[in-house]
Design a binder for this molecule. Structure first.
Ligand code: SF4
Ligand code: SF4
Length: 434
């Protein structure tokens, strides 16, 4: 199969790899498989061979390229900054074209494009979920009562809330005591992300509470759609195209009215402020529009720490909490957006913080394929993370990412570790409660 119109030149990247092997010890899949073929260096070598028409994109190659977690650990350590994650995303689009996309993923991606149907299904899911799931409200997780075709019985999952975040609030929530500041709107928008919209809704509720305390006008854009990340990591680029363009046109209609768009989700914020531009590499007009928007898109803790009095407010009027918290760095927060100090700075005002041995190690979520067909890999990658959380003796593990939440909650359950997961936004809101 020929590779035209692709962003990355696999031959050049393969030539630029000096085979130093620095990426191997940090690679999530290599640590599981211990196989050169599924290491960053191996992926790059194989993609060079594919470009030279020396490698057929057969089922074995498909299997290999689908085993990368897209954690970017390799990019962080590579002396030549080789974008292994992005070339894998690119080849997955070729794989999707050649083999098609599994029915359940196509159905899922269709739902991401049709919010009203997703709302209805989520509501039905909430009504009937206790038939199929045993709920643990404290840990926001549920265990299937029986094995399903895609989901095995021995794992825990998030469950749907009765009302989605976007359906719970009005579009505009004016500040009670708004302070006028020159050159500022003192108004922020919330992009919530699908998991916090339907399952971990307390994250959005908590962000609203914090923004009210800060006397900011809140805008909740009701027509926002999924950022497209699940489709991007799967190679379903037609879905990414639709979601990114629809969102861009919608964001442009109100972006000048707000100071920032806050996203309490690492993967969604990285997708919107970085991956949309990567995706539009061959559509310059859309790339420029995505780049312009990205200046106002922020992971929530980053903007709150750098642009508001939140830290002082937590220090002066926040409650001192007894819980010990350990913070996990989502790959899409620290490695992709350089955000890691901000949540710690905010949380340390009220909580006792303790570091796990390797907070930067990928939790093993890995995307839709990894959470379904290749779940054994996700399970294996999650075990060391659960062990290091247990060793901290913390009561709470926190990360600004619902994908990490889903994966870590399951890993802790599998390992029998009784630690709760909370988004830092939830913990901050709890510390500010009257
Ligand atoms: S993105 Fe992660 S799993 Fe994939 S090759 Fe790089 S380090 Fe390995
Ligand atoms: S660290 Fe970079 S240059 Fe070294 S082997 Fe890995 S991909 Fe190649």
């Amino acid at each position: 199969m020929s590779i035209n119109n692709t962003k990355f030149d696999y031959t050049k990247i393969s030539d630029d790899c000096v085979k130093c092997g620095k990426c191997k010890p940090v690679c999530t899949i290599f640590n599981i498989n211990q196989d050169e073929a599924t290491s960053p260096r191996g992926f790059i070598d194989l993609l060079g061979a594919y470009k030279r028409d020396e490698l057929e994109l057969d089922k074995t190659a498909k299997d290999i390229f689908e085993s990368c977690f897209l954690c970017t650990n390799c990019v962080e350590v590579c002396p030549n900054d080789l974008p292994t994650d992005m070339i894998i995303e690119q080849v997955r689009s070729d794989i999707a074209k050649k083999y098609g996309i599994a029915w359940y993923k196509r159905m899922f991606f269709w739902l991401l494009k049709h919010r009203k149907t997703m709302d209805l299904l989520s509501k039905l899911g909430w009504m009937f979920q206790t038939c199929a799931l045993k709920l643990d409200n404290e840990k926001q997780s549920a265990r299937p009562r029986f094995s399903l075709p895609i989901v095995k019985k021995d794992r825990v999952l998030p469950f749907a809330d009765s009302v989605s975040f976007l359906n719970k609030y009005p579009q505009n929530i004016p500040a009670k005591n708004k302070v006028e500041v020159a050159d500022k709107k003192n108004k922020v928008a919330i992009f919530i992300g699908c998991m916090s919209n339907y399952t971990y809704t307390n994250t959005g509720d908590s962000l609203v509470k914090i923004l009210k305390k800060l006397d900011l006008d809140i805008f909740i854009p009701k027509k926002q759609l999924c950022c497209g990340a699940p489709a991007y990591f799967t190679g379903a680029f037609d879905t990414v195209d639709y979601l990114a363009k629809t969102n861009i046109e919608y964001f442009e209609s109100w972006i000048d009215d707000v100071d920032a768009v806050l996203i309490p989700e690492a993967t969604c914020s990285a997708m919107i402020n970085q991956d949309w531009e990567h995706y539009f590499h061959d559509q310059p007009e859309w790339k420029a529009r995505a780049a312009k928007l990205s200046k106002k898109i922020f992971l929530a803790t980053k903007w709150l720490e750098n642009n508001t009095q939140l830290k002082d407010m937590l220090a002066t009027s926040g409650k001192k909490m007894n819980d010990v918290v350990t913070y996990h760095d989502p790959c899409h927060a620290k490695k992709m957006q350089g955000v890691w100090k901000e949540p710690r700075n905010l949380l340390s005002q009220n909580y006792v913080m303790t570091e796990m041995s390797d907070s930067n190690r990928c939790c093993g979520f890995g995307g839709v394929t990894m959470q379904t067909e290749k779940f054994e890999f996700a399970k294996a990658a999650g075990a060391p993370k659960a062990a290091m959380i247990r060793d901290t003796k913390a009561q709470i593990v926190s990360a600004e990412c619902s994908a990490c939440r889903m994966q870590i909650t399951n890993s802790l359950d599998t390992a029998g570790v009784d630690v709760k997961f909370k988004n830092p936004i939830e913990l901050i809101a709890e510390a500010l409660e009257d």
